[in-house]
Every structure is written in C-alpha cells, then in structure tokens.
Write a protein that binds this ligand. Structure first.
Ligand SMILES: NC(=O)c1ccc[n+]([C@@H]2O[C@H](COP(=O)([O-])OP(=O)(O)OC[C@H]3O[C@@H](n4cnc5c(N)ncnc54)[C@H](OP(=O)(O)O)[C@@H]3O)[C@@H](O)[C@H]2O)c1
Length: 445
C-alpha cells in the first residue's frame, strides 16, 4: 500500500482485552489504515510484569513497565487504557489528556465515577476520551446514544449488562441449579472471577448504568445515585413460581425519566416471558432504549470477551485518529485566528437532573412467604398491605408443610410505592403468623 502518515498508539494493559486489541492493531493494520486514513502504529505496551507469557507475540522492544514511555512520547497521539481499576488508570488517563493525547478506555469504574471531569478535561485540551467498550463489550451503545438517537428524548433504558449474572440466572432458570452451583459453573468456565462480588452484588452493572444513563440523559449520573441490589438472594423456588406466573428473573439495570426526575436502579426483576429481554440467555447482554421519536430499539450481543471488546476499542481508536486528522487540518486552517481544535466527544450538556429516591419509585412486587397454615392469615396480611394502599393482584398458596403447619404463599401486587412496601414488609415480619418472608422481587413490564 502507499505510504501514509502514521499516528502512534500506546497500549496500557496486555491482558484479556489488551491482548485482543494488540492482535487486531497488528494483524489488520492495512485495513485499519484505510479506515483511519493513516497508519495506526503500536509504539509501546505497558504491563506490570514484562516477563509474563502472553496470548499475543509482540516484539520485546514494544513492552515497557514505565508509563512515561507512553505518556511522555510526543509521537503517541492515542492512549488505549485497558488496565482496569481506578488507580493508576485515572491518573494515566488525565496525564494523557493533559498531554494532548486522545484516550480510549474500557474502564467502567473510572468512567462511571469521573466521566464529567474527564470529558471536561478532554474538551479543554481539544482532544477526546472515548469509552464505548466500558459498557456492553462489543455492542455499540454509546455511539448510537451520542449520534443516531440524538434527536430523541430518551425515556427509558432497560438493560441486561452483566454477562456473569445473566449466565447464573439462566442456569438457575433452565436447569434448576442453586445460586452456588450456577456460580461455581460460571467460575469453571471463566465467566466469573474467583471473587465474584462485583458481578453478583450488582456493582459492575451499576457502573455501566451510570455511564449509560449519563450518556442517554446528557447529564451526570453518579454511581452513588443508583439503587443497587444483587442476585444472591434469588432461590430455586423463585424461578419455579416466576415461570408459573409467566415471568423470567433477570438482573435489570433501569434508567427511566419520570416527570422532571430520573429513576436509576439495578436489581433482580420479574420480566414477562414474552418480552425480548426475558429471552436473553447466558453471557449475552441486551439493552433496550426507548426514545420519544424512535420508540423501542434493542441492542443485543456479546457484552464481554477479548474479541468483542477489541471491536469497540479499535473502532474508537479509528474515530480518534480521524479526529486527530480533522483537528490537524483545522489547526492549520485556523492558526491565523488561534481557534482551538474540536474535541471528538462533547461535554454532558444538560443541567443536573433530580434523581428520584428509591423510596418514591413505584413498581409491582412478587412476595414469597411462609405463613401459619390456618384460616384468617391471608386476611391479616392483606390488611397490612391495604393499610399502605397496596392491593393484591393475585395470591396463590403453594407448598404446605403438614408437620410444621406452615404454608408457602406467593403474592403479586399492583403498583405500589417502594417505601410503603418496605413498611408493610416490616409490619408483616412482626406478625406471629408470618414465619418468614422468603423473598420479594420487583416486577417490570
Ligand atoms: N475482560 C473483558 O471481557 C472486558 C470487557 C469490557 C471491559 N473490560 C475492561 O477492560 C479493562 C481490562 O480488563 P482485562 O479483563 O483485560 O484485565 P486483565 O486481563 O486483568 O489485564 C490487565 C492488564 O493491565 C496490566 N496492568 C494492570 N495494572 C497495571 C499497572 N498498574 N501498571 C501496568 N500495567 C498494569 C496488566 O499487566 P500484567 O499482565 O503484567 O499483570 C494486564 O496486562 C478493565 O477496565 C475491564 O473492566 C473488560
């Protein structure tokens, strides 16, 4: 191919994602150069341990343990951060931006916590920070929100954005596995880490929802704004009853505009089996976005893994390279008047929005409880719910234990305010006839 000018690329991290990105940059260099309009030259790769065996074979001269070999190299215009964790990733991203470099990152924790600050810094410096891979792996989500859906007012997002928990819930639902057995299987297959708490407690989904919601509503939604509950309390029986009632159980990340405020929450939810989201199985992710003009659109695909995540990262690298070329052209054209170069992604332009407290959120509820198996008990329970204006949509008595003289009942409610439901749960727990409130799960759809 004809000789093109090149942009130096620094890669920080050579693990699952970094290894995939390095492979794509090296093996597809000609095709990428055609897309970017210039060569993308991998100049340095930062790791912790230079002697570690790698999935990708790189010239040893590329490997370094010194971040300054990337951050202080004037020939590197794009820094890809795929180290993970808050620090030193955040510091390196800031140093890169302040040094006039574009940053491409897959780091959901950094972006969820510092998106506004980093976008502002990038805009000030006339560069950009691109983070498509931080949510949904290879599924394009942020670019559609920043471009294709921009004419819409986004009304709601319903997302399955954690593959590990979706795999566990799918196994519990389809094979009747316990949470522990499904988790062990996910760990054996490499879908869950040895310490799975970030996934099963919902933190990973929470970070991704903060990024999605900020991008959808063009305002800052912080991780602390988001209500979060993981999947550890879901039992095999909940799946059995959910199916009988026509639902699947999914860990949903929800962002919804209600009046002038937004609801942002991550929790397990009953989803009607005929909904597309209910059919998203295994490690797959799906994000349903509802816009006032477009209606509902669904994005579905592999939400993690080396190749899908590299797909998103390298697309961002090409976008950054094009922006560099554009701003070089603009700087040349505007040098006479000293105008700044344009950055590739703008700031979060809307003013802060009120986050609706979880106590004020309204949903329907599924309740499973063990009660004394004798007449009049249901009347006491419905009395407590009625006192809080919560009406029962259906009540079904399930298994009875003749020896313990208890019965399991399942209640489905009509929409009710969360704080009233929490008060009712506390009151019901105090009833001598209620042996145990085994679970309560919100119902969507
Ligand atoms: N894995 C996925 O499917 C996926 C999907 C989407 C987004 N992400 C995000 O992508 C990022 C990377 O994930 P990963 O799974 O590729 O992680 P990983 O396999 O653990 O790789 C991390 C890499 O970063 C290097 N590193 C870490 N801390 C460093 C430090 N202080 N200085 C220098 N190098 C350092 C490590 O070096 P050594 O190899 O020498 O230890 C390793 O090469 C994370 O933010 C993650 O959330 C991952």
């Amino acid at each position: 191919m004809e000789e093109k000018e090149s942009i130096g690329v620094g890669l920080m991290g050579l693990g699952v994602v970094g290894g995939g990105v390095a492979k794509v940059l090296l093996e597809r260099s000609d095709a990428l150069a055609r897309q970017a309009g210039c060569n993308l030259r991998l100049k340095k790769v930062l790791v912790r341990d230079a002697d570690k065996p790698r999935s990708v074979t790189l010239d040893s001269s590329l490997i370094t343990c010194d971040p300054q070999q990337i951050l202080s190299d004037p020939d590197i215009g794009i820094v890809i951060e795929v180290m993970g964790g808050e620090q030193p990733a955040l510091d390196y991203a800031k140093q890169a931006l302040l040094g006039g470099k574009y940053v491409v990152t897959a780091n959901k924790e950094v972006m969820a916590k510092y998106m506004a600050e980093l976008l502002e810094m990038a805009a000030q410096e006339g560069v950009g920070i691109l983070y498509e891979a931080s949510v949904g792996g290879g599924i394009p989500l942020l670019l559609p929100l920043q471009e294709g859906l921009l004419a819409n007012e986004i009304r709601a997002i319903y997302a399955i954005i954690n593959g590990t928990t979706n795999y566990i819930l799918t196994k519990m639902s389809s094979e009747g596995l316990s949470f522990g057995d499904a988790l062990r299987e996910a760990q054996q297959l490499g879908y869950a880490e040895a310490d799975p708490s970030n996934d099963v407690e919902g933190t990973d989904a929470l970070y991704k929802l903060a990024i999605l919601a900020s991008s959808a509503f063009h305002t800052t939604v912080r991780p602390d704004d988001i209500y979060c509950q993981g999947i550890t309390s879901i039992g095999e029986r909940d799946f059995r009853y959910a199916k009988e009632l026509g639902y699947e159980i999914k860990l949903l990340a929800i962002a919804k505009k209600v009046g002038g405020s937004i609801e942002v929450r991550v929790h397990p939810a009953f989803v009607p089996t005929d909904y597309l989201l209910a059919k998203v199985d295994g490690v797959y992710n799906a994000v349903q976005i509802e816009g006032d003009l477009v209606g509902k659109v669904l994005f579905y695909g592999e939400g993690a893994g080396s190749s899908p995540t590299s797909s998103a990262i390298v697309a961002n690298v090409i976008a950054a390279a094009k922006a560099i070329k554009r701003s070089e052209a603009m700087v040349t054209a505007r040098r006479a008047v000293g105008a700044p170069a344009a950055s590739v992604v703008g700031r979060l332009s809307n003013p802060a929005m009120t986050i609706k407290p979880m106590a004020e959120v309204e949903t329907r509820y599924y309740l499973r409880m063990s009660i004394a198996d004798r007449p009049g008990v249901l009347a006491q329970i419905s009395g407590i719910l009625g006192d809080r204006s919560i009406s029962i949509a259906s009540a079904i008595q399930k298994e009875a234990d003749a020896v313990a003289q208890t019965a399991e009942i399942v209640l489905m409610t009509h929409p009710a305010r969360e704080e009233f439901m929490q008060q009712a749960l506390r009151d019901m727990e105090r009833l001598p006839v209620v042996k145990e409130i085994s679970n309560f799960i919100r119902v969507e759809g």
